[in-house]
Every structure is written in C-alpha cells, then in structure tokens.
Design a protein around this ligand. Structure first.
Ligand SMILES: Cc1ncc(CO)c(N)n1
Length: 217
C-alpha cells in the first residue's frame, strides 16, 4: 500500500468528523452566518501567507529540482490564487486585511513553519499535505451534496472542488509518495504522524472560526 493510502486511513476518522462540522454543513446549505465566514476568511488570509512561507522553506530544503519547482509553485499558488479569492470576499464583506491572529491559527501556522524549518524534509512535506488534500476532499464532499441556488459561498466551494486545484493536490500526493519510498519505516511513521496532526489542526481551524475564537485573556 502506498504511504498516502496509509496516511489517509490514519486521518480518515478526523476527515469524517470534518464533513459533519456545523461550519461545513451550514456552508453547504448557504446558511452559515456571514460573521463566521468573515472570521474564517480573515484568519485564512493570515494562514495562507504563513502557509506560503512554509512551502517556500520546503522548496529550499528539497533534494531534487522537480521537488524544488513543485513546492515553489505551490507557494506561489497559496499566495497569489487564493488571495485573489479572498480579495473579492474582503470587498464584498467590507473586511479589514489584518485581524489579530487567533490562537488556533497561530498554533497551526507555527506547527507548519516549525516542521518546514526543522523536521526532516520528507516529514515537512507530509505535514503540509492535509492543507491540500483535506480541502480537495471537503470540496468534493460538498459537490456531492444537493446544491442550493444562490449559495453566497459558491465561489469558495468552486475553488476547492475544481479540477485545477485537484491537479495540484494529485501532484502533492504523488511527491509525498515518491519521497516516502526513500524513507525507512520509522521515517514513514513520522510522516504519517505529521499528516494526522495537521489533519486535526484543519478540524480545529474550522471549529475556531465557528466559535469566533478569541484569546481568553
Ligand atoms: C486552513 C486552510 N487549510 C488549507 C487551505 C487550502 O490550501 C486553506 N485555504 N486554509
């Protein structure tokens, strides 16, 4: 079995829980309160900048030209393409660009950055993979549900369920499988642990938006 199959199975329970979250269910139904979506977008904008930096670090630490190119392109995609989507929503909801970072957003981005900087590079690649794969899976899940007319969140849904994002995700999975094949069983296990950890942090990110998470002090 490929590493990616093993990793997905290890994170599958968390993924199943993600699809049942009120944030996702209300997004599908178009009933998610606008302030929760706006909170999510503000944090996601902060997240994407740090995600782009983590991907750039991995590009710089990669061993082969093909991997350097791929992660540099992922970094560009994170910054350019997704911020364009945000810009249109930021205008629509009249949001400011710089909310204070929430505890979960800070925790998640610091986890990705520390893995990208300090973990074995193959483990760092596994740590960023859920950011691609979970969003693609959630986008596909949403497309399988009955679509409501005039869903205010349709543009967001289309981004992650679309074929363009799908091709990027396939490439990220394939690269992880290629590097996993060069790793020892212990190293592969560390990759799986990083994948599962980031999958849980994806759950926490949506949960924190739904709760409009604030600092306790
Ligand atoms: C938190 C989070 N994870 C993944 C993605 C998709 O790259 C995103 N936009 N935000």
């Amino acid at each position: 079995m490929s590493w990616s199959n093993t990793a997905w199975q290890a994170g599958n329970n968390t993924y199943q829980q993600i699809t049942k979250m009120p944030f996702i269910q209300e997004l599908v139904a178009g009933t998610l309160p606008q302030n929760k979506f706006a909170f999510y977008l503000g944090q996601d904008s902060l997240y994407l900048t740090q995600f782009g930096k983590a991907l750039s670090l991995i590009a710089g630490r990669s061993l082969h030209a093909e991997q350097v190119l791929a992660f540099a392109q992922f970094a560009e995609g994170a910054i350019v393409v997704e911020r364009a989507l945000h810009a249109s929503y930021f205008r629509k909801y009249n949001l400011s660009d710089t909310p204070a970072i929430s505890p979960v957003c800070q925790h998640y981005t610091n986890y990705l950055l520390s893995q990208a900087a300090l973990a074995q590079v193959e483990v760092a690649m596994a740590a960023v993979l859920p950011c691609f794969w979970i969003y693609k899976a959630v986008g596909d899940y949403i497309y399988q549900q009955p679509q409501v007319a005039n869903n205010p969140y349709q543009e967001w849904i289309n981004t992650y369920a679309g074929e363009e994002f799908g091709a990027i995700v396939q490439r990220a999975i394939m690269l992880c499988d290629e590097v996993a094949a060069t790793c020892t069983p212990n190293q592969q296990q560390a990759m799986t642990t990083a994948f599962v950890t980031a999958t849980k942090l994806e759950w926490m990110f949506w949960d924190s938006a739904y709760r409009l998470e604030a600092w306790p002090v």
